[in-house]
Design a protein around this ligand. Structure first.
Ligand code: SF4
Length: 380
């Protein structure tokens, strides 16, 4: 006979799960700087940084950010450039911009005091149901759930949910279950415990059921189906795009372009880049001339840099060159689609850059070899 499914709406089972999870979390939680604070600003910052980013990556950024901008007022008053510089390398830069804008709204609407009710937090721009739930439950002990990828995985196994978890109906069901499970006492600890369990024990592959505090009630484990769950829709193949990044130095510094607002890497500076299906230096030189009017013989470096985006895989071939020009190149219509400014910058560390640009810089700056003096490309 099949074992019964775990029922999140059964009070006795729910209590059992809450107790076991609570004991386990107290004994096994990983030390993290944001677990030693009740400051909603610090908790909010950690939650935003942790979206799509690993804990180990976030830690130094979190500490540095709080040292520099220790509270809502400091963040609200800081120039966006400074915020982006502190964020540079963490990726998904829209998060930083939204954090900054939200801090300004809290400063003006709530006198710099973080709203303490879930509904008010959810009203703030850039804060979704997950982040509002995390801040309200951890900082203000409000009985509200969180549902991230870790919690979804734990719940789908615990209750043997075989529907596609990316489906909106299934998501609705999962939120409903998460809401039923969260206790009145220490809801923040419970939410963190669920996420911690998913991150460390109930992992996507090879869940360690033998060490899991929920193994006595977990339906998937009893039916040996933990490796088949959760069910996710198969992703379409990610397109692979070949790009060229041009690293040009001149007496004025390096040529950098600033990304436009509203798109990828907005407001960050990068070496000018463009799509280049054929990776040869002559084609890159010609395209650079077409795009900027700079007549430079480029040289291709042997290393390339790859970057994975949600829906695209980018591969950058690096081309280097030297210019004697003292004038900033023109921003042609083609470049203006991506950039709002292009100019020579003498100090690369003075402007906010993405991690991708840092990688390209590490491969190319100061490694620019002597460029052959062959005739540079001219107009087609
Ligand atoms: S028993 Fe296994 S499958 Fe079930 S929640 Fe624990 S780790 Fe996940």
């Amino acid at each position: 006979m099949k074992s019964p499914r775990f029922n999140a709406f059964n009070p006795a089972l729910r209590k059992h799960l809450q107790q076991r999870l609570g004991v386990w979390f107290n004994q096994h939680k990983r030390p993290m700087p944001w677990r030693n604070t009740a400051d909603p600003y610090a908790i909010w910052l950690s939650e935003v940084m942790l979206q799509q980013t690993q804990v180990a990556t976030v830690m130094p950024y979190y500490t540095r950010f709080l040292q520099q901008l220790p509270d809502i007022q400091a963040l609200a008053a800081a120039p966006l450039e400074e915020v982006l510089k502190l964020w540079a390398g963490l990726g998904y830069y829209r998060r930083a911009k939204s954090l900054h804008r939200t801090a300004q709204i809290i400063a003006s609407t709530y006198h710099g005091i973080f709203p303490c009710k879930y509904d008010d937090i959810l009203e703030l721009p850039g804060i979704g149901r997950y982040t509002a739930g995390a801040v309200a439950s951890i900082a203000f002990h409000e009985k509200v759930p969180v549902l991230d990828g870790n919690v979804m995985r734990v719940l789908s196994r615990l209750l043997l949910i075989r529907e596609n978890i990316t489906n909106s109906q299934t998501q609705k069901r999962l939120w409903h279950i998460a809401e039923a499970l969260v206790p009145r006492t220490n809801p923040g600890d419970f939410n963190q415990a669920m996420m911690e369990l998913g991150a460390t024990i109930c992992t996507p592959t090879h869940p360690r059921c033998e060490s899991c505090p929920l193994n006595t009630v977990c339906t998937a484990q009893r039916r040996h189906m933990q490796n088949q769950l959760p069910v996710k829709q198969r992703k379409a193949a990610t397109p692979h795009i070949k790009m060229a990044a041009v690293v040009i130095d001149s007496p004025q510094g390096h040529l950098l372009a600033q990304r436009k607002a509203g798109g990828l890497w907005e407001h960050l500076w990068e070496f000018p880049a463009f799509e280049l299906p054929r990776r040869n230096a002559a084609t890159a030189s010609q395209q650079l001339f077409d795009l900027t009017g700079l007549n430079i013989k480029l040289k291709r470096l042997t290393t390339s840099v790859t970057h994975q985006l949600t829906h695209r895989h980018l591969e950058y071939t690096i081309f280097v060159g030297t210019s004697k020009s003292k004038r900033n190149p023109r921003l042609t219509a083609d470049l203006a689609g991506h950039y709002e400014s292009i100019r020579w910058i003498s100090d690369l560390s003075a402007v906010p850059k993405s991690r991708l640009t840092e990688k390209i810089s590490a491969h190319s700056v100061n490694r620019q070899q002597k460029i052959p003096t062959a005739k540079p490309p001219g107009p087609k």
